[in-house]
Structure formats: structure tokens, C-alpha cells
Ligand binder design. Structure first.
Ligand SMILES: Nc1ncnc2c1ncn2[C@@H]1O[C@H](COP(=O)(O)OP(=O)(O)OP(=O)(O)O)[C@@H](O)[C@H]1O
Ligand SMILES: [Mg+2]
Length: 223
């Protein structure tokens, strides 16, 4: 299977605080990897480094064969928009746009196409937001905003999906809908990294890791 992402000996310190102490792993196309760990242990930090939103203190990120460290910020932004779908822990939606417009936002750069708009609408409908396409974020619940953010991350079929606690604060039915979308993206060949506090979802990934003391430890998904 094609390697989508290779993470090599990533370290990250904030001042004197060492958050990541040497993280290495690879993810392949069609694979879902989950990361669990206590609050504050560095899960979001790790995802933001993988998502090329901040630089590590040391180590290498290779995305689809391109080494991110050697690129300038513009090339990193291009790599990110081509290959990565990010579902942020705090759904970052633009308040002045509707749900549908928020999903379509990343495509405006390339000129909006009708088929992309139809796909955005379909995704929002699948996520249970058929009646809310033209609502603004202020008119949506937190769980609804999270689903809009998920639709935005999935819209352009990214080869790498980074989902930071996407089922947090959702009821079990909606959590299942969200997890199923990630599962389907994986089945279409995306590599998915799921950060979650919910062990039952973490254990449904192909591989599960625990982040503790700055290091990743693989755990069995068969318990
Ligand atoms: N920009 C920053 N400057 C300084 N310290 C930071 C910064 N971002 C994160 N940290 C620190 O790094 C540590 C890890 O934060 P991070 O958000 O990665 O944790 P997390 O595992 O995602 O936690 P949670 O489960 O609560 O989301 C925390 O102690 C946090 O205070
Ligand atoms: Mg976090």
C-alpha cells in the first residue's frame, strides 16, 4: 500500500516544556490510525505538526513523498490544501458565511464548480444537516458546527484526514454518523488519523496508539 505520511523522530518543545519527545510512524492509503491519551499530552500539537500548521522543534514530516521541512510557507500551504483535510478540535467556521458556504470555502480559491457544490450539499445531507444548509454558525449547535467542519474536511477527497476529537460532545447516533464518514473515506483510500478520548472508536481503527510522556505506544485493538 502507498505510504501517505511518514513521521520521523518528531520533537516539539514550548519553551522549557517538552511536549513531543521523538514520534515516528507511517500511515498508508486506506488505513485508519487512532491516537488516545490524557488531556494536555500533546495530541493536538502532534496533529497540527502533521497538518503542516506549525513546525516541529526537530524531525521530519514526509507527505506523499514531499519532505515538508524543506518547503517555504507557500509550498507548505499548497501541499496542505492538496492533500490534507483537517477536522479541528474547535470547529473553526466563518461566522458571516452559511453552513454550505463554510464547506465550500476551500474551493473558492480554484473557482466554485457546480459538481463540488452538489457534493457539499450531499455531504451535509448525509451528516443530517439537510434543513440547515443556509444557517449561519451562530444558528447551529456545537455538534452541528462540528459536522459542517467535517464536511469541509472531506469535500475535496484529501488523501490524509486529521480528525481531532470529531465525536466529542455528540450523541451516540450522531457520533456513529461521523465515524462512518471517516470509515468511508478510509475505504475510498484515504489515510485517517483519529484523535479521540472514546476508546470504543479508537479500538475500531486499524492501529491504535497511546500518547504518553511525549512518546507513542502501540496498543492492541483486540481487547
Ligand atoms: N502555542 C503553545 N504555546 C505554549 N504551550 C502550548 C501551546 N500549544 C500547546 N501548548 C501546551 O502543550 C501541551 C499539549 O497541548 P495539546 O493541545 O497538544 O494537548 P492535547 O493532548 O490535545 O489535549 P486535549 O485532550 O485537552 O485536547 C499542553 O500542556 C499545552 O499547554
Ligand atoms: Mg487536543
Amino acid at each position: 500500500m502507498e505510504t501517505i505520511l511518514a513521521v520521523q523522530d518528531i520533537k516539539k518543545s514550548y519553551g522549557a516544556e517538552d511536549v513531543l519527545a521523538g514520534i515516528s510512524f507511517t500511515v498508508h492509503a486506506g488505513e485508519m490510525l487512532s491516537i488516545v491519551g490524557h488531556s494536555g499530552v500533546g495530541k493536538t500539537t502532534l496533529l497540527s505538526i502533521i497538518g503542516l500548521l506549525q513546525s516541529p522543534t526537530a524531525g521530519q514530516i514526509t507527505l506523499q513523498g514531499s519532505s515538508a521541512g524543506s518547503l517555504d510557507s507557500t509550498k507548505r500551504a499548497v501541499l496542505r490544501s492538496q492533500y490534507i483535510g483537517f477536522v479541528f478540535q474547535r470547529a473553526r467556521l466563518v461566522g458571516s458565511l452559511t453552513a454550505l458556504e463554510n464547506v465550500l470555502l476551500p474551493t473558492w480559491l480554484f473557482g466554485e464548480k457546480k459538481e463540488v457544490k452538489t457534493k457539499a450539499e450531499d455531504l451535509l445531507c448525509q451528516l443530517g444537516l439537510k434543513e440547515r444548509l443556509h444557517y449561519s454558525p451562530a444558528q447551529l449547535s456545537l455538534g452541528q458546527m462540528r459536522r459542517v467542519a467535517l464536511a469541509r474536511a472531506l469535500l475535496l477527497n484529501p488523501s490524509l484526514i486529521l480528525a481531532d476529537e470529531p465525536t466529542n460532545d455528540l450523541d451516540s447516533t450522531t457520533s456513529e454518523v461521523v465515524f462512518n464518514e471517516l470509515q468511508q473515506a478510509k475505504e475510498r483510500g484515504a489515510a485517517v488519523i483519529l484523535v479521540t478520548h472514546e476508546k470504543e472508536y479508537a479500538a475500531r481503527a486499524d492501529r491504535m496508539f497511546r500518547l504518553a510522556n511525549g512518546l507513542l505506544h502501540e496498543e492492541s485493538v483486540l481487547s
